[in-house]
Design a protein around this ligand. Structure first.
Ligand SMILES: CC(C)(COP(=O)(O)OP(=O)(O)OC[C@H]1O[C@@H](n2cnc3c(N)ncnc32)[C@H](O)[C@@H]1OP(=O)(O)O)[C@@H](O)C(=O)NCCC(=O)NCCS
Length: 223
């Protein structure tokens, strides 16, 4: 691409970025949401908007933290979607978190991007970044301390570009807590990355254990 056409393409991308807005998904977004989300999660039936919105009501009842369904729009058209929540299924069944109170506390600290997808014709115009930023701001404002994402290896560079730290491939992720070390396994074949919403959070690699995320639960870390 020549200098002039590159400058024109950059100017167009900047204009289009300015046209993008992000808002919570509504029932009426179901068709667009359900057609985009499978681009991120091929086995998508559990991520259909109506299902996860119903699940959201259940999260509220259980005190399982904040679920988020967002859409990115350009001139009234939905061009991207994001679904995030605390990893409640893992938290709820974790043996080191015996009581509901400790489970609820963890669910108010850790959020996870479960799905992020932008329509192929709308990529590289900032929609993915805008969705991630909106989720990060909302979670930070809700008191969350970290956002996790499990992803295919070819997306490590994308998340790094979006300010995430690469955490490793298929290794367990460990959170020091008042109840000891709480281990989350990453799905087989996937990488994981994370973004701190508080500056004191750090990662250390402990031989034979895995990647430890310190200070996610305030005051708890592995030396
Ligand atoms: C990943 C995805 C959401 C990015 O959305 P997007 O709207 O294009 O993202 P942004 O416009 O904010 O950022 C795009 C930038 O990241 C770069 N990028 C995109 N995918 C990348 C990758 N796999 N590795 C490195 N960089 C990547 C683009 O080249 C672009 O850079 P440019 O502006 O210099 O062209 C989109 O490509 C997508 O829907 N992919 C399929 C679904 C998926 O894999 N989702 C993530 C798993 S949950």
């Amino acid at each position: 691409m020549g200098k002039n056409s590159r400058a024109k393409a950059q100017a167009r991308a900047a204009r289009e970025r300015g046209d993008i807005s992000v808002r919570p998904a509504k029932d009426r977004d179901s068709d667009a949401y359900n057609s985009l989300m499978p681009l991120a999660i091929p086995t998508n039936e559990f991520h259909e908007l109506s299902r996860t919105m119903a699940e959201e009501a259940e999260y509220k009842r259980l005190g399982a933290g904040t679920m988020m369904h967002l859409v990115a729009e350009r001139r009234g058209e939905v061009i991207g979607v994001l679904f995030a929540s605390p990893p409640w299924t893992w938290i709820a069944s974790h043996p080191a978190l015996p009581d509901v109170k400790s489970k609820r506390e963890i669910a108010k600290l850790i959020a996870r991007i479960n799905g992020l997808a932008v329509a192929p014709s709308e990529r590289s115009k900032g929609a993915g970044g805008a969705l991630l930023r909106s989720a990060e701001i909302a979670y930070r404002n809700a008191g969350y301390r970290i956002i996790l994402v499990n992803h295919d290896a070819d997306l490590a560079a994308y998340y790094e570009r979006m300010g995430y730290v690469y955490g490793g491939h298929g290794k367990p992720v460990i959170f020091p807590t008042g109840a000891g070390l709480v281990v989350q396994s990453v799905d087989a074949g996937l990488d994981f990355s994370w973004k701190a919403l508080k500056p004191e959070i750090t990662m250390s690699h402990v031989a034979g254990i895995g990647s430890v995320l310190n200070q996610v639960v305030p005051g708890f870390s592995v030396p």
